[in-house]
Design a protein around this ligand. Sequence first.
Ligand code: SAM
Length: 248
Amino acid sequence: MNSSFELSNLDAVAWLRSLPSESVDLVITDPAYESLEKHRAIGTTTRLKHSKSSSNDWFAIFPNARFGELFDEVFRVLRRDTHFYLFCDAETMFVAKPEAERAGFKFWKPLVWDKRSIGMGYHYRARYEFVLFFEKGKRRLRDLGIADVISIARVHRGYPAEKPPAVSEILVGQSTEPGELVIDPFMGSGSVGVAALRQGRRFAGTDLNPEAVSIAASRLRELGTGTSPVESAPPTDLLTLVESVHER
Ligand SMILES: C[S@@+](CC[C@H](N)C(=O)[O-])C[C@H]1O[C@@H](n2cnc3c(N)ncnc32)[C@H](O)[C@@H]1O
């Protein structure tokens, strides 16, 4: 198994620009898209705050106006005949889909991640997220029997908007071979990296937030070897919170 990782603390687009063209086998990412602002409680700030008792910590938002430059770079760094998965909500899907198509991707369909329990919302409480499925060139999925609804319980009280690695494990297994390189330019707590390393793929990721990089590094070190520019441990209350979620 080649479970290596390389983490960065740069802006997503700046980091992608530093990668060679056609050097990546799969992109799975979950940007801090604008409409997340609507989902969070009134009165919180855009900075990550710490609280032992709540999961209202938050992070910087990536404006929809930057999707064009983001998708141009994602398209450039992917090898020919590869896949790109984008976690988002319905509102962001309508903005992201045409931008990704303009960058050169073929859009296949939104997959649905069914979180199995209800979350926020006034008009029908939110129970799913989309994972937009794009293709560069032509690549066959490894298992044609997998459904377009992925039913996996949400992560409670983890990193803000943390995704269960089990969702990404399905995507990694479908769209890469062992040893290939998976990247996430908005990696947060490193869930995509966990999925990649668990399956013997290599991982590279970045996040603007040094605490995210630190959390991701400590999770990935349990699974493989790699480098991170942020070596200091995050504040213990947040790390303890995230670790206690993962131990359950
Ligand atoms: C929705 S979270 C990702 C959560 C992640 N999927 C997980 O499971 O933990 C989005 C992340 O994007 C980061 N972010 C916001 N703006 C960014 C930018 N310009 N470049 C890189 N990361 C950014 C935030 O710090 C946040 O950690």
